[in-house]
Design a protein around this ligand. Sequence first.
Ligand SMILES: Nc1nc2c(ncn2[C@@H]2O[C@H](COP(=O)(O)OP(=O)(O)OP(=O)(O)O)[C@@H](O)[C@H]2O)c(=O)[nH]1
Ligand SMILES: [Mg+2]
Ligand SMILES: [Zn+2]
Length: 364
Amino acid sequence: MNGTASQLEPGQVICPYCLEIVTYDERVLHTRNEKLQYEKLDISKLTNPLRRADVMRSAFQLCGNTEDIKPHYIPVPYLTHGRPLTVAMVGTSGTGKSHLLTQMIAEVTDGGLEPYGVKWQSVNPADHSVFIRERVALLRSGEQLEATGQTPFAEFVEALLLTGVDGQVRPVAFFDLGGEDLVRTDALLRFLLGVDALVFVVDPVLAFGLPQLDDARTQYGLEVSRSDPAFETVLDRLPRQGPYLDVATALVVGKADLLRFEPPVDRWLSEPSSVPADPRRLREESRDVYAFLRRHAAPAWLRPFDSALRCTLHFASATGGQPQNGLFPHGVRSRRVLGPLVSILAMCGLLSSNPDHRPSTVGM
Ligand SMILES: Nc1nc2c(ncn2[C@@H]2O[C@H](COP(=O)(O)OP(=O)(O)OP(=O)(O)O)[C@@H](O)[C@H]2O)c(=O)[nH]1
Ligand SMILES: [Mg+2]
Ligand SMILES: [Zn+2]
């Protein structure tokens, strides 16, 4: 039976792959060798506490559920640090989900959440260095990231242990499926049923009929669209209690560099992040993004905001400019990419121990 977060007992965690309830179990631990194969780990002889802690830091547990799903392994720190928070990026292929998520995580690991009182560690050190090497370093050297493509299995791309202002640690796992997978309705999207937060990414090239986006439309061979099919599939798929989705939601107008001469986008792009998170500024930005979408895009682009109980709206640019032949010749410079994540973390209680300080529905 699938579990929901509210039914969990202490120590129980929802498997981020198959949604079954898992409990940390030292009898089914594994390590991963250099060939990326999993080997059984016997920790009974590890009596030195320092050595043991070090081994556990990069150990995995085999999930007990193998029904209709290949064997899968969960990093031990994900199971031993309290209730995880899962975040999924949503948008059709090419909207910029992977670039945005990569820059968000890069800013976190550069210490970008420290002014908010949040510290980070990796969930698995080896996976984290691969992520930094193959994504962050590549993008920052001016190369475009590849399209995510289709996968048979929803896996998180990166997970971090975040320590909130109250000292509580929470594993945060980020899912970044390809847009082609997000319009499917099969078991691959089952992970969405347990997701805690969603980042909907609006591609200005698809959403806004503004003439200054015509060149980008020609470059990508795209036309203005009335909605994003991935938004529609995901919103239809998610369970609701009452009329609204109770999932922390951010609606981000990405690639905002393409709108950098357009007020009020110009003003927000040059605005430094507010530290600590300022609910008033968050509301002002949400209101501006909402008005911009209402004015320049078809109504269905606002469906995530209309559907979610808690949603903030943002302008962000992951790269600062357009790619040319797969490269960013003027370098890569992100703008305001941390804003949506800070808002989600605030909604999920990581930025304040006081529930009154969490943002609720804004933007109207
Ligand atoms: N101008 C501009 N282009 C961007 C930005 N972010 C991404 N892009 C470009 O948008 C295209 C798609 O970016 P991806 O991040 O791969 O898009 P995706 O949503 O992950 O696509 P799938 O993986 O196919 O679902 C690439 O050509 C990127 O170079 C941005 O902030 N500004
Ligand atoms: Mg992608
Ligand atoms: Zn599982």
